[in-house]
Ligand binder design. Structure first.
Ligand SMILES: CC(C)(COP(=O)(O)OP(=O)(O)OC[C@H]1O[C@@H](n2cnc3c(N)ncnc32)[C@H](O)[C@@H]1OP(=O)(O)O)[C@@H](O)C(=O)NCCC(=O)NCCS
Length: 219
């Protein structure tokens, strides 16, 4: 199967709508129809996708994984922001959501999206990488643990956890190049979906539990 990861273009309204609908599907799948389905309107979700694509508002992007010819089978949304957990001086690379269509799961697509999202975040200055999810979302938690992340925060009051790992050393970040260009890549086979060893530095850092509330799936 020929796969490609590419950034979502801000003028691609159909793909923006699709990603927003799949954000809603994610919330329903993780939280159930009653809570997940009523959490955000479709209008809000579309605005949220567009917000990540507007460089005046956000240093972020939406990455699509496509099967040829141009069938979008998954996406991930990433952004960088100040890291208040890092003494105020760091930059958090946040992977805010990831989705793969049910019929294409367990084929390494989410791993490919994670690797591409990490490359984009590292090339945009992230010093720490993280994602927030439901404490019972085992597929996602296993995905990130496999990639060297560990749980660094728990917010039991909202049943959320944060998984995190440090970024690579600054010297290797400089070699990453421009993420958007690097992401328009072909992924012809499973063997190319493995996270490089060099990106797993610090995976076993000490787990720190804090009581700060992780406010929502998409924050
Ligand atoms: C979580 C999700 C993105 C994983 O996508 P995927 O393409 O199936 O994942 P991959 O095939 O890349 O899996 C990579 C690794 O993740 C882990 N993993 C993925 N799905 C898993 C599952 N159902 N159970 C246990 N581990 C799982 C495994 O370690 C897997 O490696 P392996 O296949 O060698 O064992 C997908 O299940 C999904 O879209 N879920 C609904 C949306 C969602 O919950 N998104 C996150 C919201 S924050």
């Amino acid at each position: 199967m020929h796969l490609r990861v590419r950034p979502l273009r801000p003028d691609d309204d159909a793909a923006i709508q699709l990603v927003a609908a799949r954000m809603r599907d994610t919330l329903v799948e993780v939280l159930g129809e009653a809570r997940g389905g009523s959490m955000y309107t479709m209008e809000w979700l579309v605005d949220r996708v567009r917000w990540h694509l507007n460089p005046k508002l956000c240093v972020g992007t939406v990455l699509l994984i496509e099967e040829q010819p141009s069938v979008i089978v998954g996406h991930t949304i990433v952004r960088v922001e100040p890291d208040d957990e890092d003494g105020g001086g760091g930059t958090l690379g946040l992977i805010s959501t990831t989705y793969v269509v049910p019929e294409r799961r367990r084929a390494g697509l989410a791993e490919a999206l994670l690797r591409a999202g990490e490359a984009w975040l590292l090339s945009h200055g992230a010093t720490r990488l993280a994602t927030n999810t439901s404490e019972s979302n085992w597929p996602l938690i296993r995905l990130y643990e496999k990639a060297g992340y560990s749980v660094v925060r728990r917010a039991p009051e909202v049943k959320m956890v944060q998984l995190s790992r440090p970024a690579r050393a600054p010297s290797s970040q400089a070699a990453a190049g421009d993420g958007a260009d690097a992401l328009a890549q072909d992924l012809p086979g499973q063997e190319q979906l493995t996270v490089p060893e060099a990106e797993l530095i610090g995976a076993d850092e000490v787990t720190v539990l804090v009581d700060r509330v992780v406010s929502a799936l998409d924050e």
